[in-house]
Design a protein around this ligand. Sequence first.
Ligand code: G3P
Length: 214
Amino acid sequence: MKFFLDTASLEEIKHIHSIGILDGVTTNPSIIASNKKSFKEVISEICKITNGPVSAEVLTTEYDSMLKEAHTLSEIAENVVIKVPLIMDGIKLVSELTKRKIKTNVTLCFSSSQALLAAKVGATYISPFIGRIDDTGYNGLELIKDIKTIYTNYNFKTEILAASIRHPMHIKEVSLIGADVATLPYAVILNLVKHPLTDIGLEKFIEDSKKIIP
Ligand code: G3P
């Protein structure tokens, strides 16, 4: 499974990259707005840290304006992936960008029929938001399972990018289902390594190592 980092923090991206587990980065307008630099500057700096796909989202919602934005964003760096909202103009945009061989990430996916549309027009990634579905009292993982089944049935090449991940159990579950990618907040990546028995065991080994005769 590929790990993307869901952030625009250069420090967080550099840290996860330095560990060797960063496969790419996703951003969205809310994440970009939390950064003091310009949109273009932030994406350009992220693309200097990683060669992996970096998702940058269009900020308009009409086909012509989104197409212009897509071209401007894709000129920032070769690894920019155009993130497109799951609306009909967005689907039309992905259809056109696929013809132009520009990679896309279709975002704000909350149903399997939306995911089917994205795959039909050749989206590179589909981003189902599992945490936000869980927040409404439904099970976000069911959506990942359904999309996996549909994509397997028809051999769609679109990769399932599990988004809106809230905790390590989400990672365990989406990897069991077979999602291709998970985009993770920094804190969740850091939590993946934690287990109390590891800490207790390590403490004992460190203590006992002091008694070893060299
Ligand atoms: O970037 C898309 C997605 O991962 C957002 O997650 O936590 O805002 O629901 P969240």
